[in-house]
Design a protein around this ligand. Structure first.
Ligand code: NAD
Length: 511
């Protein structure tokens, strides 16, 4: 199967796209050479026209112009746009979820969950609009007041990955808009349809709320369009989600012009399973985290670090659970594991398994390509694999974006922690234990070094209320809940003298 063959097949679901766009009241987009494949059967859903550099420039200019007045709209009024967006997302949850399934291959339950995440963050942002608090500090000078105020930052460039085509956009956009920023979004070139739908709904929400619709711009294209956002002085914050390689390219370019960067990059997430763990609960948590979205979540569980006394029992149970998984067309009821996103993903999985075997790994189950009936050779499905490894070799330390779970064993907790933290990435982590000391140590300063550390739940499926992001090569960014909004605003420290004297700080005299 060559790439050319791949492109010539029309997806069996191409007709659904027209129906869904009509239900969303979206005009048919301009046709072009940017082909959107459905991973379900590998065929082409639609061809769209990518934006030219001049069009990207226009989008940036419009977002920058809109910022001038948007930043002056009171935050609770800005929230009206986000409130309207939530109404539209709820109304169109089914259509949007189906688009996510067709473009990404997620099973409907996960696709619907992703749309729900958009609704949740909109509701969070509406409340946040009345809580953009700054501190008041005690001044050391008589008759003085010291405080900080938070102001809108500017244009936020959102670059997003294929695997969360809409939730990540909403995390950024809902917060950025209430903070008074305008947004230019460059989605993955593999998922432009869901982006087009969200962009249209957001502009409709802006119209209903009586806001300037230029506050949101969509630019379609590949890495080149993303690089244009990265390099443009008008973009105050580049919020980029994707691979570590992408972050490596983006971060120095933004830094070179003293722009701000919020990076959400790859993970290599592990769960420690202690000798006291509730194994029934652990099995359920591990299986969902490892095979959900066919192992294509940034938070997917990729490494299992199991105490040697429970390793055989746990691995037996996991293998039994894996053998019951249904891999296939995500639109069929009962399927739990949908497709990989394309031939490259399958090649990456195959290569990683070959390297793991070469390092002495034993494949306990899965690892083969699956060809569900009627979907043709252009689709890439894989049987999720569990590989027992003698050591944490190079391949285990890499993020392979596919359903491979490497199992390692340990005898003492320090070794478990050293294995856990002994990878370049630092996104999500978990421990399964009923030993409180072990749980607390995992969460302590010398425990898990990740941005997310869980006890007795898996590594994936974060709630929007917490700040989301990771350390080390994951990039250090935080978005979504808690005080992540601060990345989207600039802080000013204000000192106000209401006395008739002019005392200097630190008691300096300058007569
Ligand atoms: P990717 O890095 O190939 O692409 C991500 C986005 O970056 C796309 O929009 C792409 O066009 C753009 N891009 C690529 N190179 C660029 C450049 N030089 N300049 C500007 N933009 C550029 O990633 P992907 O394959 O779409 O997604 C999978 C990866 O994303 C995985 O590594 C996964 O872990 C990661 N991810 C991380 C998070 C997180 O929150 N930490 C969330 C989702 C996905």
């Amino acid at each position: 199967m060559t790439e050319t063959d791949h492109e010539t097949v029309t997806a069996g679901y191409a007709d659904r796209i027209g129906t869904l766009l009509r239900a969303l009241e979206i005009d048919p987009p301009a046709a072009g050479e940017m082909l959107v494949h459905s991973p379900i059967d590998g065929g082409v859903l639609i061809g769209l026209r990518p934006d030219t550099p001049a069009e990207v420039d226009t989008a940036l200019a419009e977002a920058a112009a809109a910022f001038g007045s948007w930043r002056l709209v009171p935050a609770p009024q800005r929230a009206a746009v986000v409130r309207e967006l939530a109404v539209l997302l709820r109304r169109h949850q089914d259509e949007l979820a189906e688009l996510v399934t067709l473009e990404v291959g997620k099973i409907p339950a996960e696709a619907r969950g992703e749309v729900q995440e958009m609704i949740d963050i909109c509701e969070f942002a509406v409340g946040l609009s009345r809580q953009l608090y700054g501190y008041t500090m005690a001044s050391e000078r008589p008759g003085h007041r010291l405080m900080e105020t938070w102001h809108p930052l500017g244009v936020v460039g959102v670059i997003s990955a294929f695997n969360f085509p809409v939730a990540v956009w909403a995390w950024n956009t809902a917060i950025a808009l209430v903070c008074g920023d305008t947004v230019v979004w460059k989605p993955s070139d593999r998922t432009p349809l869901t982006a087009l739908a969200c962009h249209t709904l957001l502009r409709r929400a802006a119209d209903t709320a009586g806001a300037d619709r230029r506050i949101h711009q969509l630019v379609l294209g590949s890495a080149g369009a993303g690089a244009q956002l990265t390099d443009d002085e008008r973009v105050a914050l580049v919020s980029a989600t994707g691979s570590v390689a992408m972050g490596r390219a983006v971060a120095p370019r933004v830094a070179a012009r003293f722009g701000r960067c919020l990076l959400e990059l790859g993970g290599n997430n592990a769960a420690v399973v202690g000798p006291s763990a509730d194994l029934d609960l652990a099995v359920r948590g591990i299986v969902f985290a490892a095979v959900g979205t066919a192992g294509q979540r940034c938070t997917s569980l990729r490494r299992l670090i199991v105490h040697s006394t429970v390793a055989d029992d746990l691995l037996d149970r996991l293998v039994r659970a894996y053998r019951q998984l249904r891999v296939g067309n995500p639109l069929e009821p009962g399927v739990q594991v949908g497709p990989l996103h394309g031939p490259d993903a399958w090649a990456g999985m195959w290569d990683a398994l070959a390297r793991a075997r070469g390092d002495g790994g034993e494949v306990l189950c899965g690892g083969d390509r699956v060809e569900p009936e009627g979907l043709g050779p252009g689709a890439f499905y894989a049987d999720p694999a569990i590989v027992r490894m003698p050591a944490q070799t190079e391949v285990v330390r890499e993020e392979t974006f596919a359903p491979i779970l490497y199992a390692l064993t340990y005898d003492d907790f320090d070794t478990a922690l050293a294995l856990h933290n002994g990878v370049p990435q630092g996104l999500s982590s978990a421990i399964f234990t009923t030993d409180q000391r072990e749980a607390e140590r995992f969460l302590a300063a010398d425990g898990s070094d990740c941005g997310i550390a869980n006890v007795n739940i898996g590594t994936s499926g974060a709630e929007i209320g917490g700040a989301f992001g990771g350390e080390k090569h994951t990039g250090g960014g935080r978005e979504s809940g808690s005080d992540a909004w601060k990345a989207y605003m600039r802080r000013a420290t204000n000192t106000i003298n209401y006395s008739t004297e002019l005392p200097l700080a630190q008691g300096i005299r300058f007569d």
